[in-house]
Design a protein around this ligand. Structure first.
Ligand SMILES: C[C@H](O)[C@@H](O)CC(=O)C(=O)O
Ligand code: MG
Length: 440
């Protein structure tokens, strides 16, 4: 079914000045401009279909990722899409094993973000050519083909291909019913939009009132910069949402390990379900220490949005360092690597609650988590996907939220395509929006 030779790869630096109003701000990223390195793949096929892919970045970081995408381009150009998909594991390895680029990774940092952008575009193109939304392409794919997309190198000590096959085989039971359930009810979400760290208490109050009216029942609040501020903000939000609704907290890596435990002991009265990224994302044993210390307080540890790759997720799982696993559609090596993490999480029975928000992350990750429910986890217990109410208007196929749930996308592809006029306006530094801002 797939067709065409990749004839062109272009990449653009697209930035949104979200920092101006404090959207997206947290204890470590006080002035985030939500941005994307945005990749477009064209083929010589007559259908004219293009593949769109992106990775999420912040402001200036985008130009470095754009550079890395260009450095990877030769792996994709002039390749037949059939050959890429026919040996997707091999292609993933080729990208992540480039003899010169791998030195500045491997499978982490800028070069891995660039890999994600390129591979996301390949998946979008594949799904478009098959005429299916990506989640449905994955759900309908036979388990052996699905596994042939995954690089199991470095994880076979916890998950072999045969074990993964068994998980997917078990997932076949009840699949139709779960797909029906998703189409009717959608995948449960939580909102982070009310309580960015840079928002005033008045704004927090106003947004929280609106979110409650819109039916949201799960909320995340940013913490970690100042304890007294945190206590005031958490009290405010807990009082507004009441004792029954779910509250999560996110420190974005602000603390040392003992500090995290002490700080959370002070915030425990607000009954958070989890503390997210309490310390460095690389500190696996630190997370384990925090997780153990917080058990008596009934607080779990969540992490993953800045987790480099499947190997770190493997160790977090082995070390019992997290109770909620947060995949990210643009930090890991695209769908390929995310599939391996979903399967490991299933084996360890740890709920996956994806990181979303940014620009485009909601659009992408909804496909992965809907697939996860239908074909892998078969459970909604303790599970929800993040939602952030920014920048969806720039996408050609924006997310649809109903009753605080993600409704499965119906259009073919990975929902990655942005509106051309939005890209033009926000391209850095020559888009209209930036020209004005830079002149001022
Ligand atoms: C800089 C980003 O907005 C970050 O704060 C997002 C995040 O941690 C989350 O959504 O979770
Ligand atoms: Mg976070």
């Amino acid at each position: 079914m797939v067709r065409g030779r990749i004839s062109r790869l272009s990449v653009r630096d697209v930035r949104f000045p979200t920092s101006l109003e404090g959207h997206g701000s947290d204890a470590m990223h006080t002035d985030p401009d939500y941005s994307a390195a945005y990749v477009i793949l064209e083929t010589d096929a007559e259908d004219g279909l293009k593949g769109y892919g992106l990775t999420f970045t912040l402001g200036k970081g985008t130009e470095v990722v754009v550079c890395a995408v260009n450095a990877l381009a030769h792996h994709v150009l002039n390749k037949d899409l059939r050959d890429i998909i026919g040996d997707f594991r091999g292609f993933y390895r080729q990208l992540t094993s480039d003899g010169q680029l791998r030195w500045i990774g491997p499978e982490k940092g800028v070069v891995h973000l660039a890999t994600a952008a390129v591979l996301n575009a390949v998946w979008d193109l594949w799904a478009k050519q098959e005429g299916k939304p990506l989640w449905k392409l994955l759900v309908d794919m036979d388990p052996r083909t699905l596994l042939s997309c995954i690089d199991f190198r470095y994880i076979t000590d916890v998950l072999t291909e045969e074990e993964a096959y068994e998980i997917l085989q078990k997932g076949q039971v009840g699949k139709k019913e779960r797909e029906g359930q998703m189409l009717m009810q959608g995948y449960p979400a939580y909102t982070t939009s009310c309580a960015w760290l840079g928002y005033s208490d008045d704004k927090l109050r106003q947004l929280c009132t609106e979110a409650l009216k819109d039916g949201w029942t799960r909320f995340k609040v940013k913490v970690g910069a100042d304890l007294q501020d945190d206590i005031r903000r958490c009290r405010l939000i807990r009082n507004m949402i009441g004792p029954e609704k779910t509250l999560m907290m996110d420190a974005n890596q602000r603390w040392d390990v003992p500090e995290a435990v002490q700080w959370m002991a002070k915030l425990a009265e607000f009954k958070p379900l989890w503390i997210e990224e309490p310390t460095s994302p690389d500190d696996i044993l630190g997370h384990a220490t925090i997780a153990k210390a917080l058990v008596p307080l009934g607080i779990g540890v969540a992490t993953g949005e800045q987790c480099h790759n499947r190997v770190i997720f493997k160790q977090l799982l082995q070390a019992k360092a997290l109770q909620f696993l947060q995949i990210d559609s643009c930090r890991l090596g695209s769908v390929n690597e995310n599939l391996s993490v979903l399967l490991m999480a299933k084996k360890f029975e740890i709920p996956v609650c994806p990181h979303a928000g940014g620009v485009g992350l909601c659009e992408l990750v909804q496909h992965l988590i809907i697939f996860d429910f239908i074909s892998v986890s078969a459970s909604l217990k303790n599970r929800m996907c993040e939602y952030v109410d920014h920048l969806h208007e720039h996408f050609r196929y924006p997310v649809v939220i109903k009753k605080a749930s993600y409704m499965p996308p119906q259009d073919a592809g990975y929902s990655t395509e942005m509106k051309e006029e939005s890209v033009k306006k926000h391209q850095y530094p020559d888009g209209e929006v930036w020209k004005k801002l830079l002149a001022a």
